[in-house]
Design a protein around this ligand. Structure first.
Ligand code: S3P
Length: 431
């Protein structure tokens, strides 16, 4: 698909529903026994994989007007599937679901997915689940396909070696069925949607600094969940507005949970203009909901910045866009402490540096991030998404702000998180 320079980029759109929160809503609803009404569930490839998985595990999913109703099977009620569960491209499903399955005494499942999923490590969840008593058998000890053998779980205190919301969530979901209090300690804050949704479901989740604790044996009571707009999807438009001359965009209904807005803080530090109320950092306790706001972003001259390791988990999926902004900024933009990018849907350090250089940028990979030297913009050219949704959309946004346009091969990857991306883009460019 070709993306030509945009002479005009103005207007307003609604951010598509949050992928992270949608996965959690379907999984936590499947673990409950009373029906849960989910509004705003993301209809995309990744979150369809989650609905299909919970159906196969015995939950019923009915689509009503504007809502899904999930009837779950309870904390210990997951049924045998008689064949592998296909997680598709969804890393979040692959790492959260085993937290539930590990607690099913005497039952086993195999999880598998696409070619990208088969390169993504699962030892990070196998290790804490094994400490709780479950057994995970992974390919070469680390990769999908892998088997989860459920058991009666023991509560643990787990110190995460890397700040990962997926691993934290997996252990917390397992902790709901363990005998006692399970605590996860994070090296730095990561997205806290699981904690918030469990709090909304009546679980006594406690947070003290970097420690999060859940008690085993508590039933889930979640009537309804509303999924807000995805700040990671909104970020493409905020970035586009920043680098296309004369642009002004409003992204309505965007989630502003502070654990997801690191990118906006980085953009503002670079000189970008974003108006709208963000949640204040580190609110006390565990809020039982998700804040939203309408965000307005405008074109502005940018300067380079250094993204520090502790900022990385709060902007992890948007770091490719920081690289793109760097091409349009004065001076150097440096991302450090982001080695996790190497094990995302693609090796995103290699993918971002490769894409920006192919479009005329000046980017260099480091072991744990990248350095981009601003050269006043991008020429344009052609890139391949390599099947990574965020790289596909990065290419499209680069095209709008480039001098000659960008051709993105395998643009269909965008459907993993944002099936309406190309339509929204046409609306905003008026083409
Ligand atoms: C996610 C957490 C992040 C993020 C991913 C979604 C989640 O992964 O990159 O896209 O929903 O918990 P890690 O927790 O592995 O960093």
């Amino acid at each position: 698909m070709r993306f030509d320079p945009a002479p005009r980029l103005r207007g307003s759109l609604v951010a598509p529903p949050d992928k992270s929160i949608s996965h959690r809503a379907a999984l936590i609803a499947a673990m409950a026994t009373e029906p849960v009404r989910i509004t705003g569930y993301l209809d995309a490839a990744d979150t369809r994989s989650t609905l299909e998985a919970v159906r196969r595990l015995g939950a019923s999913v009915e689509a009503g007007p504007g809502a899904l109703v999930v009837r779950g099977v309870g904390l210990q009620g997951a049924r045998p599937t008689g064949g592998p569960i296909d997680v598709g491209n969804a890393g979040t499903l692959m790492r959260l679901l085993p937290g539930w399955l590990a607690a099913q005494e005497g039952r086993s499942w195999t999880l598998d997915g696409d070619a990208s999923i088969r390169r993504r490590p699962v030892d990070r969840i196998a290790e804490p689940l094994a400490r709780m008593g479950a057994r995970i058998e992974a390919t070469d000890g680390r990769f999908p396909p892998f088997a989860v053998h459920g058991t009666r779980l023991t509560a643990i205190h787990y110190e995460l070696p890397v700040a990962s919301a997926q691993v934290k969530s997996c252990v917390l979901l397992a902790g709901l069925s363990a005998d006692g209090a399970t605590t996860v300690t994070e090296p730095a804050p990561s997205r806290d949607h699981t904690e918030r949704m469990l709090a909304a479901a009546g679980v006594a989740v406690q947070r003290h600094g970097r420690h999060v604790t859940v008690q085993g044996g508590e039933a889930l009571a979640l009537d309804r969940v509303h999924v807000p707009g995805d700040p990671s999807s909104a970020a493409f438009w905020l970035a586009a507005a920043a680098i296309v001359p004369g642009a002004e965009l409003t992204v309505r209904n965007t989630g502003t949970n502070w654990t997801r807005t690191g990118f906006i803080r980085i953009l503002e530090r670079m000189g970008g203009i974003v108006e709208g109320e963000l949640e204040a950092a580190d609110p006390p306790g565990v809020p039982a909901g998700e804040p939203v706001a309408d965000l307005v972003a405008r074109h502005a001259p940018l300067r380079g910045t250094v993204v520090e390791p502790e900022e990385v988990p709060l902007a992890i999926d948007e770091l490719p866009l920081v690289g793109l902004l760097g091409c349009f900024a004065e001076g150097e933009t440096v991302v450090t402490g982001a080695q996790e990018l190497r094990v995302k849907e693609s090796d995103r350090i290699a993918a971002v540096v490769g894409a920006l250089n192919a479009l005329g940028g000046d980017a260099e990979a480091t072991e744990d991030g990248f350095v981009v030297r601003g050269t006043g913009g991008l020429r344009g050219g052609a890139i391949d998404s390599g099947g990574d949704h965020r790289i596909a959309m990065l290419g499209a946004i680069a095209g709008l702000a480039s001098r000659e346009g960008v051709e993105v091969r395998a643009m269909e990857a965008a459907a993993v998180s944002y099936p309406g991306f190309a339509d929204d883009l046409r609306t905003l460019t008026g083409r």
